[in-house]
Structures are given as C-alpha cells and as structure tokens.
Design a protein. Sequence first.
Lengths: 222, 347
Amino acid sequence: MLLAIDTATGIVGAALHDGERVRAEVVHHDVRRHGELLAPAIQEALREAGIPAAELTAVVCGVGPGPFTGLRVGVVTALTLAHGLGLPTPQGICSLDALAHQVMGTHEGELLVATDARRREVYWAHYAVGPTDARRIAGPGVCADADLAEQLRTLPTVGRGAELYPDAFSGVALPDVRDVRPGALAELAVRLRAGDHPDAETALLPPEPLYLRRPDAVEMRR
Amino acid sequence: MDEPLVLGIETSCDETGVGLVRGETLLFDAIASSVEEHARFGGVVPEVASRAHLEAMVPTIERACREAGVRLADVDAVSVTAGPGLAGALLVGVAAAKALSLGLGVPLYGVNHLAAHVAVDVVEHGPLPEPTMGLLVSGGHSNLLLVPDVTHDIRSLGATIDDAAGEAFDKVARVLGLPFPGGPHIDRAAREGDQVAIDFPRGLTSGRDMERHRFDYSFSGLKTAVARWVQAREADGEPVPVADVAASFQEAVVDVLTRKAVLACSEHGVDDLLIGGGVAANSRLRALAQERCDRAGIRLRVPRPGLCTDNGAMVAALGAQMVTRGRDASRLDLPADSSQPVEQVRS
Ligand SMILES: Nc1ncnc2c1ncn2[C@@H]1O[C@H](COP(=O)(O)OP(=O)(O)O)[C@@H](O)[C@H]1O
Ligand SMILES: [Mg+2]
C-alpha cells in the first residue's frame, strides 16, 4: 500500500494506492496551514481505507517546486513517517509532473505547467503529453512571468500561474487542473515504480525539496 | 509499570535536537547544529535553519536511538517544541513529530520551549521543587518565570522589553570584532579584564522602573552605551581595551539578571532558583548567582551547559513529566506557534 503526499500547490493532501487503484484520497484547499492539515489528512485517508499505518509499504512525496515552508512539511512528514515505520527512504516526484499527469485524457500535445512561486514569479515546466504519459521536456525552473520564453507562454497551460498573470499567458488555460491531486501523484508513482512509464529511470527523485532558489541572506562584511 | 520512554524533538532555532528520556533519566541527547552556516551572516538566517532541520531530522532521530540503545517501536510518546521560535523552523519539527506519532501510534505532546528549558533540570538534578523560580536567558529570551508546576502552571513575572541577554552579548561581540555567537568570546575576554573599569548602565533598575518593570529586563540601552563608548575611543585614535569593555559589559548584564532573580525569589517566597538557556553557560553569571543565592538562602540549580542551550532532551524531559502526571496529549492538528505565550505549557 503506497502513501502519496503533496504540499507544493494549493492542495494539502494524502492518497493511498494499492497498486491497482486509489483507495482513499483526502484533500484540503489551503496554502497556509500545511503543518496543521497534513498529518490529520493522512490519518483520515488511512481510516477511510480501513488500513493501519503499519500496513503501508511505500511513501512518495511531491518535492515541488513550491513555496518552501509547505514543501518542507510534506517532505519531512514523508521522511519521518517512513523512518518510523521502518520503510525504505521515500521517493520524490517533481510536483509539476503530477500536474501534467492530471491532464491526460483531456489534452494531447505540448503543455506548460506554471504554478505560483510568490514574489511575482512562477514555477514552470514544459511537457509533451501523449495518450498514456506526459513527459517533461524542459524545467522545472523559476522566473518572472514575462521572462518565460514567448513560445512557452502561448502553450495550453495548467496550474495557478496563468490565472495569476493573465497578461503574460496567452495559451488556453485547461480547466480543473490547478493544484496537485495526491491521487494523481500516487498513480504516477505506481507507474514509475513499476517501470511502466518512459521516464521511469529519471523521474523518481531523492526526497529533497526542489528549492530552485537560494536562501535570501546577506553575508557579513569582515 | 515501566517509566515512559519519550522522544523529544526541538527545532525552534538553529539546533536540530532529538532527545530520549525514560521517566527522569536521560538516555541520549543528539544535536545537529547549523550555527556554522549562520556565522558568515552574523546571525541566524531562518531559511538556512529550516533547510538544515529538514536535512538533519531523520539522521538525528536515528543517531539518538542508536546511541540510547532503543528502538523507535519502544517509544511511548513523542513530544515536540510547538513554540515559541522561528515559524518555519518549528514547523519542520512539529511535522516530524506528528509523523512519528502517527506511524508509531503513540501520543503527541506539543510543548512550550521555555517550559522545556526549565523541565530539563529534572534529568540533571532530580524532581523540581514546587514552586521553582526560572531565569531563562538565551539568544532569543530573557524571562523570569514562577513555576508552580512545569507541566501545567507557569507564570511570567517579567521579560526583556527589547533585546534578549544573549542577543546583547552577540551584538556587543560584533562591536568588539569578536566572532558569532559572541557570548563565549566575551566570557573568555572578560576573564582578563576589569569589571569595574567602565560604569555601564543597569537597565530598568531605577526607582520608577522598579515599580513599573520590577522583574523586566532591558539590554538595548546597554548595548548602545557600549557601542558609543567604543566609537568614542576609536574617534580619539585610542586602542579599545577589549577585555575591560567585555568584563564591564558582562558585569552590567549579570548584575541585573541575578539581582532581579533573587529579589523575585524572596518576594514570592521561593527557595529554589533555576537558570537555563544558552547564557547560563556564562561563568560570571554562574559565580555571581551562586554568591547572591548563598547570601539569600536560596538553592541554585543550573543544568550543565549542553542542556542549557537548545536541545531535544529538554523537550523529552518535559514530555515525560506530562505522561507521568497524566496530562492530556495534543491533537494531530496542533499548530506551530512562533509567539506561543509562556503560560501555554502544552498546545
Ligand atoms: N559563556 C557565555 N556567556 C554569555 N553568553 C553565552 C555564553 N555561551 C553562549 N551564550 C549565548 O547564548 C546564546 C545561545 O543560546 P541558546 O539557548 O542556544 O539561544 P537561542 O536558541 O535562543 O539563540 C547566544 O546568544 C550566545 O551568545
Ligand atoms: Mg532556547
């Protein structure tokens, strides 16, 4: 039984996947209270599926990019829970990959994922979406909306970036794909882990946040 | 029944601490510090601290268990600093503690950092007399606390109205060109100096202040006075007598700290004073506190320096007291509270 959690976008949540299907998914739409909401969401998902925590066999987490504070809550929860249960170290997945995975079935062709990076910037990645998989071509990166290449900004777009900066993004905003659903992350994780995805070799990452930015701090003059 | 085995997690500032305490016995205290990463910035950078906590969390838990010779599965409860502290840093510890509590199926106690600084002395010098007077002096705090019951009832008598004592040490060290954190360097430099060489101000000790701010502290005026004094010397082209400045500054700090702490004990009829926090490592503070406590018939307790600075053992020690006294556990949705009031011992 695989537990997937993501805290990189506007959803805090957890999903359980038994290898065949998503058995439970609990989500909260909140970008400020990850620390409060995540653990109860995991507990609720376990209860919904009727599974004790001890029956988990793997943990995966979205590693962003996303606002740092929430991102760390997800990653440290995954790491510590797996350690407490004696499970292997969790695997990370780029959260933007999960968003691209969510458009499958409704969109084919190129896709831009752009999410809120605060400070008037977006996190972005560029995908080629086929009938059975979405493959990252470029990114993830972080930049101001207007600094993103013209040919990317005109692509069909998912994530909250386009609605935050409508002037910069002229492509079609695909509806209903704004935040990472942990259930989608779980499905993607199961396929990657099974080798059932062309990027299986590269898309599973170490469980470390993709910060993409260095901490703001000024070194002291001596 | 066996005494409870409690794992405590501390991440309120720049130390990732994981302690294991059984009842009133410390099994192991594991610490990973990011202090070196902050040194080049001249102070703690919250984002740097938060990143370091995340990286250090599981390795520090692992090390604590290995060195203590216990398995995580044997842990009876998890406790964690819920506040006060740096918001982003606290969150890492709180999330980790929740994950452990959830995974192990054991209760979670979100506790107050200041209360934990007091409770830690249980593993060093045995049960706390009730009440105990607590003087907490660190980089972030300077508090006088009346503690009838460390698991439940803590009353604030006074606190700094501006800089914390350790902060004053760090800022004055910077003025004197000493490295960060400055406390230990001032302590060392002061040994060669004359503590009455310069008459620096004692904050909030005048007649009127003793009415309105009887047990409060203020160190920012002192820091400014030191900076002015040093600048004037430099302007005159004279060398700065670092040892004398350090000794006189340190004397001004510890004089006020101990004077008010002893006064608080006598006025509240408390026979035991406990000093905690990083500044409690200061050799002159220890000596003067001992001298004044002896004279006033007060017993002085100071944990060893490693338990005075932030650590996980103190959080585990308080958690174990809570389990033993049958206090209610926290809920899994407990928030980290960067400005948690000291009266709120458990979240
Ligand atoms: N010997 C000492 N004399 C005075 N101050 C000291 C001494 N040792 C450490 N300190 C001070 O203690 C503080 C660190 O203590 P700690 O409890 O870790 O504080 P915090 O976590 O609130 O920053 C620093 O400000 C440091 O300068
Ligand atoms: Mg402290």
